[in-house]
Ligand binder design. Structure first.
Ligand code: NDP
Length: 445
């Protein structure tokens, strides 16, 4: 049995009931096989893979808070500090009823390689809670965030672990958590990213994941002599990533015809009116269904099915495993040529394998959505320097970062004889830097 197979079996045996974590580890190990086989003796000597797949630390805690009816509610809170070989732990906090330790381990594991790809000094982490901010009053969200941070604050710091937002955690939640951290610690430091612009946030952070996704998509398309302008695009989700991916795709001349949320999707043959979506999602916190009421000629369909819409380019920007093999086949049959993941692991393993086997252009989330965490690291730089850069400065750095990531993953794929396979390219390029750092630092964590 190969070293990678051995480690995968070990992960499955030692982490029962965590299918998403198994899935993420398998995908990474499968594509690292070429590198691992070539360096097996060296890596085995220090149990490198055994250490890589085990989080350095998992903090798990209770989050009690009082709802508007005076009832005490209790949620679960977590922080997975996965790997600090190349920098302080960095990764988002997710508030969603589906959150559990296995999902956060999958996300934390992916984050190690993604953060490495940005070229910036940040390690991998992830955290969150099974708390659902949807339908809660601002006061309830504040009560929850303050209780969550009261415990989390013991384990994070500007040079130790710097969380950010993710699903269910936007500017409002970051604000409540930052305020509580400051109150508890008496420190005005860059301990969270995604902060408001008047209190330490970075311009472009809000747009960064979506913009970055489209920058790297454009780099890949250009490399393959395809023009993004004039292409029809389907974007799933209507949250932070989806909205700003749509905005940048439209700015670059593409036509986005569909978006969704967890209830259903809208189709607008004339191209999505993003001002309407922003008003529904960012201002009123409503449902995507309301778009059809506001925009004549658009159609709302309840349930899944967004991938049945004909498009040239698909951008899954909602959540993990939202695009399965049947969806992948439908996209191909409808003439889709490129898929770039805005969400983390939105394509199932079977769907990913199908895209690669069919020779479709496919960018995995750990490369294509890295602009978010990359810009978070730029926010950390500005906080340390006590400076604020202009929108143009940060946007230029983000664009350069995404072009560099494309060059790195494309080069790694070529070096290992799998040209155009950006899944393998991303995993190898991300892994090499972390592995070197772990080897150099000895047997620590
Ligand atoms: P948001 O909470 O802003 O939006 C999430 C969107 O996805 C919403 O439209 C939501 O619909 C939909 N969604 C969530 N869960 C499900 C589900 N189970 N089924 C169908 N739709 C669902 O999150 P973000 O936009 O920030 O994150 C989206 C993805 O991008 C996640 O995978 C996240 O990990 C990833 N990501 C985010 C980054 C960031 O900077 N924000 C950085 C890198 C990756 P509804 O409102 O109905 O729940």
């Amino acid at each position: 049995m190969s070293y990678t197979e051995e480690i995968y079996e070990r992960v499955v045996a030692q982490n029962p009931g965590e299918p998403e974590f198994h899935q993420a580890v398998k995908e990474v190990l499968d594509s690292l096989k070429l590198v691992i086989d070539a360096n097996e003796e060296k890596y085995r000597a220090v149990s490198l893979l055994e250490r890589l797949v085990e989080p350095e630390r998992i903090i798990s805690f209770k989050v009690p808070w009082v709802d508007d009816n005076g009832k005490v509610q209790v949620n679960k809170g977590y922080r997975v500090q996965f790997n600090s070989a190349i920098g302080p732990y960095k990764g988002g906090l997710r508030f969603h009823p589906s959150v559990n330790q296995g999902i956060l381990k999958f996300l934390g594991f992916e984050q190690i390689f993604k953060n490495s790809l940005t070229g910036l000094p940040i390690g991998g982490g992830k955290g969150g809670s099974n708390f659902d901010p949807k339908g809660k009053s601002d006061r309830e969200v504040m009560a929850f965030c303050q209780s969550f941070m009261t415990e989390l604050s013991k384990y994070i710091g500007a040079d130790q672990d710097v969380p950010a937002g993710d699903i269910g955690v936007g500017g409002r939640e970051i604000g409540f958590m930052y305020g509580q951290y400051k109150r508890l610690k008496g420190l005005y430091e860059g301990v969270l990213t995604g902060k408001g612009l008047t209190w330490g946030g970075s311009l472009v952070r809000t747009q960064a994941t979506g913009y970055g996704l489209v920058y790297i998509l454009d780099a890949m398309l250009k490399d393959h002599k395809i023009d993004l302008a004039g292409k029809t695009v389907v974007v799933s989700g209507s949250g932070n990533v989806a909205i700003y991916a749509t905005e940048k795709a439209q700015q670059l001349g593409a036509k986005v015809v569909a978006m969704s949320d967890s209830n259903g999707y809208i189709y607008d043959a004339n191209g999505i009116n993003l001002d309407v979506v922003k008003d529904i999602k960012e201002v009123r916190r409503g449902r995507i269904k309301e778009y059809a009421d506001a925009v004549p000629g658009s159609v709302y369909t309840e349930g899944k099915g967004i991938w049945s819409i004909k498009c040239d380019i698909a951008l899954p920007c909602a959540t993990q495993n939202e695009l399965n093999l049947d969806d992948a086949k439908t996209l191909k049959a409808n003439g889709c040529v490129a898929v770039a993941e805005g969400a983390n692991m939105p394509s199932t393993r079977e769907a990913t394998d199908f895209f690669l086997a069919e020779g479709m252009l496919f960018l995995p989330g750990k490369a294509s959505n890295a602009g978010g965490v990359g810009t978070s690291a730029l926010e950390m730089c500005q906080n340390s320097q006590r400076l604020s850069w202009t929108f143009e400065e940060v946007d230029a750095k983000l664009k350069q970062m995404m072009n560099d990531i494309y060059a790195k993953i494309s080069d790694a794929a070529k070096r290992y004889g799998v040209e155009g396979n950006y899944v393998t390219g991303a995993n190898i390029a991300g892994f090499e830097k972390v592995a070197d750092a772990m080897m150099a630092q000895g047997i620590v964590l």
